[in-house]
Every structure is written in C-alpha cells, then in structure tokens.
Ligand binder design. Structure first.
Ligand code: PBG
Length: 329
C-alpha cells in the first residue's frame, strides 16, 4: 500500500466521526436481496412448532407456509429454501419417500407455485431427511455408495423441478452428481432450472441443531466424514468448485459460514461464479442464545452477515432472514 501518509495530518477517525460519514464510506452493504430464508415444513394442519435446538425458529405445517411466502415477497427476500421434517414412519434405508410426488416438499412446491411466482424456491437434493440411517445417500456395506446414490438424486432433482422448484441444490457431496443432474434436467425440458451446488460442504459439527430440526439426528449413528470435506483443508475446495462449474453449476455454496470465511474469499478470488454462504444452524443457535441471555446485542446479527459480504458472498442462507430484514436499509 502506497501514499497512506502519516499522523498527525492523517487521522482515520475523521471519517468515522458521524453516522452519515460512516455510511458514506461503507465498503459493503446488506439488503433483503442478499438473504435466502430456510423454512422447515412438517405434516399436520395449523401447526407452528418451536424447534428447541433453534430458539425462535419453527416447523410449519404446509397450510401455514403461504403466509410466510407472502411475508418474504413483501420484504423482497428473493429465495426461500424448503426443508422437510419427515415422519419416522416414512423413512427407510433407501430414502424412497424422496421420490414420492406427494411428499412434504412436493406438496409445498405445488401449493406455493400455484399462487406465487415472484419468489424463487430452492430445495436440497440429498436423502438424509428420508433415510432411516440419516445419511445423504444409499448405503452399501456401511459406506455411502456414490454412483447408486447419484441415480436416486437425479430422480429426486427431476421430481422437484417438475413440481416447480426453481433452484435445485444438491447438498449430498457425491462426486459427479452436478453433471448427471444437469444432463437429466436438460433432457427432460428443464434447461432453465438453476443448480446451486453445495460444492464446498464440510463435515461440520455446526449442523447439530439442523439435524434435530429435520429429525435426522436420532437416526444418524456415525458422521459424514467420508463424503463431506475435511475441515483441515482449503485448497481442496478449489477442486470441488472447479469440477462443479465444469459440470454446469450456476452458483456454488460454501458451508458452514463464519468458521469458513477464508474459503469464501478463496473461492471468490479464484472463480467468477456467484458464491453463496450458509450460516448454519449451529452458528444461528450460538448467536441467538447469546442474544437471549443478554450476552450479545442484536446488532451482532448484522455484523455476522456483513462478514460474508466482506468475504465476497453474493447471498447468505440464514435463519435470521425474516428477523433481520426489517432492520436493513
Ligand atoms: C443435508 C443438509 C444439512 C444441512 C443442510 N442440508 C445437514 C447435514 O449435512 O448433515 C445443514 C444446515 C444447517 O446446519 O443449518 N444434506
């Protein structure tokens, strides 16, 4: 850095003196357009069920979802992510409920798309909400079989696209699935359906509260370390992203968020593709619990979200989306 001058003629505090001046020189911003709002759906009618592991977040029966969509549209949130809490009775080893055209996600997609088209809908592609063992794919000899899993994920993606899903988001970390999903979407008339690849998804300890929310926590006996990325690595993320771009991803996700800001920046510096960040359930609950205990101010939420924007993220999946949107300029 050249020509920065020196004290006493230079005083960086001058630009920080007033609120208007601080606003004037801001290097990043946060608006409703940066937010992706995850919503948990469940069976039943007229239910808004608190999730213990995520204070302030609820599971909604599908009849309640329309109101949430209206709210998101009126607040200009561009994209909603739907996550199902599947009843245990509908889970099995192959996760076949994922391919049921009347499953929770399909029902919600149909209902929302019938009434609204000014908002995007995104759905995870992975089998963990549907398998009795809680893994994202098909087990063979206790190992998630990559190629057998892709066959099911391709069908799951196609079904979601048929039901009106705008953004297909594979979160399973199988090798080669983006290319296979793209091919099948194109072949079946869904050339315009976007793919958001969870390209860089770490085997993280911060997913705990989410697994409770979708009900896969009790089923999952082991970890996901032989398919999700090892958190000791960063350069490997570039290989994951490069492959997914070459296979046809429209955007890529880095997940979790705050412990992986270096990865967001690394990916952004190396590729021109839009990068999204996922502020995951563990991050949400840590911050929200601290706020509830008066250990943090609410402004900590904006501070956490701005860190993603500084790092280069185009948008952020966050459970704070509906709570924070009114406070943004
Ligand atoms: C499922 C999936 C997970 C999350 C999103 N999709 C959990 C996992 O991989 O076990 C985590 C989200 C969060 O913690 O908020 N494939």
């Amino acid at each position: 850095m050249k020509n920065i001058g020196s004290y006493p003629s230079v005083r960086l505090r001058r630009n920080r003196k007033t609120e208007w001046s601080r606003r004037l020189v801001r290097e990043s911003n946060l608006s409703a357009s940066d937010l992706i709002w995850p919503i948990f759906i469940r069976e039943g009618k007229n239910i808004k069920e608190p999730i213990k592991s995520m204070p302030g977040v609820h599971r909604y029966s599908i009849d309640k979802v329309e109101k949430l969509v209206e709210k998101a549209i009126s607040k200009k949130i561009p994209l909603i992510a739907l996550f199902p809490n599947t009843p245990v009775s509908k889970k099995n080893a192959n996760g076949s409920e994922a391919l049921n055209k009347n499953n929770l996600v399909c029902k919600a997609l149909k209902l929302i798309k019938k009434n609204f088209n000014e908002i995007g809908l995104m759905c995870d592609v992975a089998l963990d909400p549907y398998t009795s063992h809680g893994h994202d794919g098909i087990l063979k000899n206790n190992y998630v079989d990559n190629d057998a899993t892709i066959k099911v994920l391709v069908k799951q993606s196609l079904l979601q696209a048929e039901m009106g899903c705008d953004v297909i988001a594979p979160s399973d970390m199988m090798d080669g699935r983006i290319g296979e999903i793209r091919k099948s979407l194109d072949k079946n008339g869904f050339k315009k359906t976007q793919i958001l690849s969870y390209a860089v998804k770490y085997a993280s300890n911060f997913y705990g509260p989410f697994r409770d929310a979708v009900g896969s926590k009790k089923s999952l006996k082991s970890d996901k370390k032989n398919y999700q990325m090892d958190f000791y690595n960063s350069k490997e993320a570039l290989r994951e992203v490069a492959l997914d771009i070459s296979e046809g991803a429209d955007f890529v996700m880095v997940k979790p968020g705050m412990p992986y800001l270096d990865i967001i920046k690394l990916v952004k510096d190396n590729f021109k593709i839009p990068v999204f960040a996922y502020q995951v359930s563990g991050e949400y609950s840590l911050i929200q619990n601290a706020i509830n205990n008066n250990l943090l101010n609410e402004e900590a939420i904006v501070e956490s979200l701005i860190s993603f924007k500084r790092a280069g993220a185009s948008a952020i999946v966050t459970y704070f989306a509906d709570k924070i949107v009114d406070k943004l300029g």
